[in-house]
Design a protein around this ligand. Sequence first.
Ligand code: E4P
Length: 231
Amino acid sequence: MKFFLDTANLEEIRKAASIGILDGITTNPTLAAKEKRPFRELMLDICEAVKPGVVNLEVVATETEGMLAQGRELASWHPNVVVKTPMTPDGIRAVTILSNEGIRTNVTLVFSASQALLVAKAGAYFVSPFLGRLDDISEDGLALVSDILQIYRAYDYKTQVLAASLRHPMHVVEAAKMGAHIGTMPYKVFEQLFHHPLTDKGLDAFLKDWEKAKDSLGQVFPEQAKAKSAR
Ligand code: E4P
């Protein structure tokens, strides 16, 4: 499963990227607006911070012509940009045209399997079902991901399923069990994936036991000991 961070916050992106397992970024107009920085400059910084990972940038036009102009502009900024369009007839029309031009697209705000079928037929690179927002209204977000994967596998559609609006680690785990290609999550959820109280407890015990027995273990890391005494 590829991991994307769902944020436009450069600090969070750099922290996650430094770990070495980040595959890309999703942004949307709400996330970008929070940062209060010139959009193009910020997005180029993000592209550099996660390269060779992809960065998903969303158009804000609602008619096909406007989406095409904005999509081409966004895609010209950096080779790793994927253009996001909303799940509307105009958006799908824009995706068919942009895909034919070789521009990668991501259809966002997908809430049903029928919408996802249209997305694949248009040749989008990613489809973004929003799990959390479905759960919010008492619908089953994970069941939607499962339906989309079933349909795409039946027809061998190449569109990758990007599980979006993930709210907690179990959303990530369940989407991964189903075989969703990508999970995009807020930084907080990315961090939560690392933690388990037994890991902390176990590490604490290992280090205490080592410290207690240190004198009888001999010199194990001489370079580190040398550097420490030189300080
Ligand atoms: C994905 O591309 C969207 O930006 C995102 O996952 C929306 O998530 P939210 O429901 O937490 O806003």
